[in-house]
Design a protein around this ligand. Structure first.
Ligand code: NAD
Ligand code: IPM
Ligand code: MN
Length: 355
């Protein structure tokens, strides 16, 4: 029976709550199905670690991660540390350097939950593909004349042909694997006349290899309107690091709640372990209240199981989660009154029935 070693990095805030919830559920699943083994190793990187060690991750963090089959991440960010320090200290110190270039963000309205759009009475079912290694998150730029009235700052978005081509190919393959076989390439090539124009050119080139995929182009501002006004016209979306960061929060809210949205940071070449995490952050406003929605992390864990080779277990886990939602056992973000542990217990009870 296959055995998987998973790095668990709960991080900060509700990250610790939702990762603990997901571990309970996945361990129960493994014990019940008896078709695979899974071992979570706790990795304490986060703001408490930073305060103790002066950095968010040890120097050899990538080598540490490479010893695992995959990682399950919670969130990072604390009220008393500037966000650009915490995020570049931990999450962005992993995604780019490990070349986890494909960030896959499915959004779906779960049974028993409400999609707030009256333009999508059957709910939403989209898949967002986010370029995850360059673009606006290249980390290039600087500041000069700090504090002077003529202070200047640059934030350089760096796009490479290799980087665009590989994410575009990934997105077309992903769209091809879905029933609608439809892809929207999002850019901003009217005002951004270099990187975004290169995106459009590469999209057209890659598209030639996928004649069965229906694809179109959309400017990102217009895309936000389409997501609200004509959601049924959308299936798979691909776009840059920053554009898809923004659109994925919007998409999650439109589907029902940011509390259900998962995210897979994939290295499609499988040279490095991939990292799975909810889309949401550490949510200071609800940290410690025990009401964080664990579903986004359950779904992320299911995506992780599927990625390492346990597709059947992943599908079963998602079925259990959907049954719990259908039964109305929902956290407050979805309009329910359940707490995190209540949802965990209900999913565990569903898993029990798989025996
Ligand atoms: P956030 O996603 O943490 O929270 C936004 C809103 O959504 C809050 O009202 C929060 O309560 C709610 N929410 C988020 N997840 C929820 C869940 N599982 N269940 C119920 N409600 C949920 O975004 P923010 O407030 O902009 O950021 C807070 C901190 O997290 C910042 O430090 C930010 O930089 C960081 N952040 C980290 C990640 C990450 O680690 N991947 C992602 C986004 C933000
Ligand atoms: C996300 C987050 C991160 C991002 C932040 C916290 C760096 O918002 O995963 O969506 O922008 O990628
Ligand atoms: Mn985000």
């Amino acid at each position: 029976k296959p055995a998987y070693r998973i790095a668990s990095i709960p991080g900060d805030g509700i990250g610790t709550e939702v990762v603990a919830a997901a571990i309970q559920v996945v361990e129960k699943l493994a014990k019940t199905l008896e078709t695979f083994q899974i071992e979570f190793t706790h990795i304490p990187w986060g703001t408490a670690y930073y305060k103790q060690n002066g950095r968010y991750v040890p120097e050899d963090c990538l080598d540490i991660l490479r010893k695992f089959d995959a990682g399950l991440f919670g969130a990072v960010g604390a009220p008393d540390v500037p966000d650009h320090i915490s995020l570049w200290g931990l999450l962005l110190a992993i995604r780019g350097p490990l070349q986890l270039y494909a960030n896959v963000r499915p959004v779906r309205t779960f049974p028993g939950t409400k999609c707030p759009l009256n333009t999508a009475t059957d709910g939403i079912d989209w898949l967002l593909v986010r370029e995850n290694s360059e673009g606006e998150y290249s980390g290039q730029g600087g500041r000069s004349h700090i504090g002077q009235p003529w202070e200047a700052a640059t934030e350089v978005a760096m796009f490479t042909r290799v980087g665009i081509e590989r994410i575009m190919r990934f997105a077309f393959e992903t769209a091809q694997s879905r029933p609608k076989k439809q892809l929207t390439v999002v850019t901003k090539s009217n005002s951004m006349r270099n990187g975004m124009v290169l995106w459009d050119e590469v999209a057209a080139q890659v598209a030639r290899g996928f004649p069965d995929v229906k694809w179109d182009k959309m400017l990102v501002d217009a895309m936000t309107v389409r997501m609200v006004a004509n959601p049924q016209s959308i299936d798979t979306i691909v776009g840059t690091n920053l554009h898809m960061d923004i659109l994925s929060d919007l998409a999650a809210a439109l589907a029902g709640s940011i509390g259900v949205a998962p995210s897979s940071n994939l290295d499609p070449t499988r040279k490095n372990p991939s990292l799975f995490e909810p889309v949401h952050g550490s949510a200071f406003d609800i940290t410690g209240k025990g009401i964080a929605n664990p579903v986004a992390t359950f779904w992320s864990a299911a995506e992780m199981l599927s990625w390492v080779g346990e597709k059947d277990a992943a599908a079963k886990l998602m079925l259990c989660v959907e049954n719990v939602c259908s039964a109305g056992i929902l956290t407050p973000d979805l309009g329910g009154t359940a707490n995190t542990q209540g949802v965990v217990d209900a999913v565990i009870a569903e898993i029990e029935k798989l025996k």
